[in-house]
Design a protein around this ligand. Sequence first.
Ligand code: SAM
Length: 279
Amino acid sequence: MAAIDGLPPLRDVIRDHDLVAKKQLGQNFLLDLNLTAKIARQAGDLSGCDVLEVGPGPGGLTRGLLAEGARRVLAVEKDPRCLPALAEISAAYPDRLQVINGDALEVDVLSHLTPPIRVVANLPYNVGTELLVRWLTPKVWPPFWESLTLMFQREVAERIVAKPRTEHYGRLALLVQWRCEAKIVLHLPPEAFTPAPKVHSAVVHLTRLDSPRYPADGAVLARITAMAFNQRRKMLRSSLKGMGPDIEEKLVAAGIAPTARAEEISLEGFCALAREVAG
Ligand code: SAM
């Protein structure tokens, strides 16, 4: 039976185009169109937006985004085997879906998008964190996107939203929360995917802030948090020795006890320290 968009069910699409999942491309497909529409809705009102989707695969989430009213979708897919299936979706939604066959880490997407832009993706796990870090560290802020709605392994999602004094708190939480509002909006069990991965997944929704929550130089903040969390069990006066001989005074000036450990320090505290270090 055809789905609501008049296109065949995804199981048929995969069979007809012989899309046997490839592990090295992180291919775990979502076949339930109710679920993909639900994920698309987590991105907010798409009607006036261009959407960048990375890794559309056979197009389940793409169909969700279009059915939920995205103005246009730009989908970047590395696997050429998926292109005929995606071409069928383009034909069903004239002028609303553009597909680029390429590696999302290399393709220049900006010239194909018109603001406002939202990013929505069931990311290949092998490139997901790298893409996230790139989207969070553009040359100028605010970035090209208004929000990121992304599927991750549950553990990565927990690292993104983590608070101080918790197991998953670290560099990624600080990088994200410095300039975004971040929350986990959906949990998905392995059985939601075909084939089922070994781990649970979660969708994270990030909304950019117009400016950072606390002033700091991004490069200094990144250097400090990298050093502090590389030795997260050590006291900061020792893990941050490499920042200079006067690091203890700078910690004190930032209101941080030199004997504290990285996981105890809030984003506000790290930003204060970054300002002291930058002078
Ligand atoms: N969006 C589809 C879904 O939800 O069913 C597929 C998701 S699957 C987890 C990840 C997709 O990303 C695959 O289609 C894979 O071929 C594609 N992919 C993997 N690495 C990529 C890369 N570097 N650039 C673009 N696409 C990539």
